[in-house]
Design a protein around this ligand. Structure first.
Ligand SMILES: [Zn+2]
Length: 143
């Protein structure tokens, strides 16, 4: 009775860990590819107005983010694709000029989105395909 429960719980746990691992891999892959694309984030300190550049890895490091965007839907081939159009994106960084931990506005958010989106879709799309295939295999084995 309890042995069954333990097996089921372990199976669920294994699935969760596997999925988390898959998404971490996809995230690392995305970051490496964006880094390789040569994209630089142009930032402006809201405290003193100093402008500086960050690499994707540095930009991703700050977790505090605020943004304002509207969603635009447009036709792409036969598909309707909706993506955000950013009016304002800012993250908190230590400004290299004034040394303050301030909100820094990202000045090329839409350009960054155009570089990041296709890469992220490819990486996470691949991760999703692996998940679906694994799902079928698990069902074939378990049911
Ligand atoms: Zn500053």
């Amino acid at each position: 009775m309890y042995a069954w429960l333990a097996v089921v719980l372990l199976a669920i746990l294994a699935c969760v860990i596997f999925m988390a691992g898959l998404f971490v891999t996809a995230w690392r892959h995305t970051l490496a590819q964006v880094e390789a694309s040569g994209l630089r984030y142009r930032m402006r300190c809201e405290s003193c107005g100093f402008e500086f550049e960050l690499s994707p890895r540095e930009f991703a490091r700050s977790g505090m983010r605020r943004s304002r965007s509207t969603t635009r839907t447009r036709a792409k081939g036969v598909a309707l694709v909706s993506q955000p159009h950013y009016h304002y994106v800012a993250k908190r960084f230590v400004c290299p000029a004034c040394g303050e931990r301030a909100w820094c506005e990202n000045l090329n958010a839409n350009e960054a989105r155009d570089v990041v989106n296709p890469i992220a879709l490819r990486s996470f799309g691949a991760a999703l395909v692996v998940l679906v295939v694994t799902g079928f295999v698990l069902r074939a084995v378990l049911v």
